[in-house]
Design a protein around this ligand. Structure first.
Ligand code: NDP
Length: 306
């Protein structure tokens, strides 16, 4: 049986390690502060923001959720960001995406002070990532590297394949794996013969957003699979097909009306992989943990602790 890379366990380790750092800052009168801006009404975003605020509360980080209405303009949102940039007690600013359609997302993300950009999306921090300079790294990719390190999965000299080239997952994880001395191939929707490229991977990262797309023919025996995909299946026939009529999954679907599945076939991965992240419970929990880590690191930098 392959090793299950347990994201919840690693999340708890990371959060526990942050506690004394938060306590030290608090003793100096510098409670770390995170502001989350949630514009408009989006049920999924509301759940993510609740989880982030709860993680802050558990750690003793001050958090604020700002919730401007759906109708907010780019200029109004820019004002909110500028006010947060100027606040001494706020170390991290996170603008929850997606923003309402009338808002210019790029302008908003550019307006966040790079020192407070705990998502690591600002071009300055992307530059820091590429050149290996210190600065906040995008949370999900940073969590993936942390997971691999803590499970002692070697990256140096290994062949890694990343499927997906988004700015928030694919590109930064590619760069982080490169910094760990992996030989990295990045694939996308125009990559020909994707299966044969994926079969060369010793580490395969799937960040596509297509349920169970990577089946056995994409997986070489013993591969380490990092499945970033978080796809909600709300059709019973699809659940039955993807999980080969698993009574447990069908019962879960009947209870909740939905089931989560990654980008990698959940049964094939068990057959082929040497180690893999389950969905849910793999990569997902690490994102919030790394957001907390970025917030604490930002508070330390701003307080002159490191
Ligand atoms: P995007 O939609 O921004 O990017 C998807 C990428 O997959 C694109 O580069 C696209 O290629 C590529 N792709 C799409 N279809 C194919 C295909 N048939 N063959 C090869 N490549 C393909 O998604 P994100 O990066 O934002 O997210 C990816 C997944 O990860 C989603 O399921 C998302 O929910 C999940 N996610 C999970 C997080 C977590 O914390 N667990 C955090 C962030 C995301 P192209 O560029 O050519 O269009």
């Amino acid at each position: 049986m392959p090793e299950i890379l347990d994201g919840k366990r690693v999340r708890d380790e990371i959060l526990n390690e942050l506690k004394p750092r938060v306590a030290a800052l608090t003793q100096r009168g510098r409670v770390p502060g995170l502001a989350v801006v949630l514009a408009g009404h989006n049920p999924a975003s509301e759940i993510y923001v609740r989880n982030k605020v709860k993680a802050c509360q558990d750690l003793g980080i001050h958090s604020e959720a700002l919730t401007p209405p759906d109708s907010i303009s780019t200029d109004e949102l820019l004002q909110i960001v500028e006010q947060l940039n100027a606040r001494h007690d706020i170390d991290g600013i996170l603008v929850q995406l997606p923003l309402p359609p009338q808002v210019d997302t790029k302008r908003i993300l550019l307006a966040v002070a790079p020192a407070k950009d705990v998502d690591g999306f600002h071009p300055c921090n992307v530059g820091n990532l590429v050149t290996g300079l210190p600065g906040p790294r995008a949370c999900t990719p940073a969590g993936i590297i942390e997971l691999l390190k803590r499970y002692r999965i070697p990256m140096a000299g290994k062949r890694a394949v990343v499927v997906g080239r988004s700015d928030i997952v694919g590109k930064p994880v590619d760069m982080l794996l490169l910094h760990e001395h992996a030989t990295v191939t990045i694939c996308h929707s125009r990559t020909p013969d994707l299966a044969s490229v994926c079969r060369q991977a010793q580490i395969l990262v799937a960040a596509i957003g297509r349920p169970a797309m990577l089946t056995a023919e994409f997986l070489t025996t013993g591969v380490t699979v990092i499945d970033v995909g978080t796809n909600r299946i709300d059709n019973r026939a699809d659940v039955a097909r993807i999980f080969r009529n698993s009574p447990e999954k069908l019962a879960s679907f009947d209870k909740r009306g939905r089931v989560l599945v990654g980008d990698v076939d959940p049964l094939d991965v068990v057959e082929r992989a040497g180690a893999y992240t389950p969905v849910p419970g793999g990569v997902g929990p690490l994102t919030v943990a790394m957001l907390m880590a970025n917030t604490v690191a930002s508070a330390e930098r701003r307080a002159g602790v490191c």
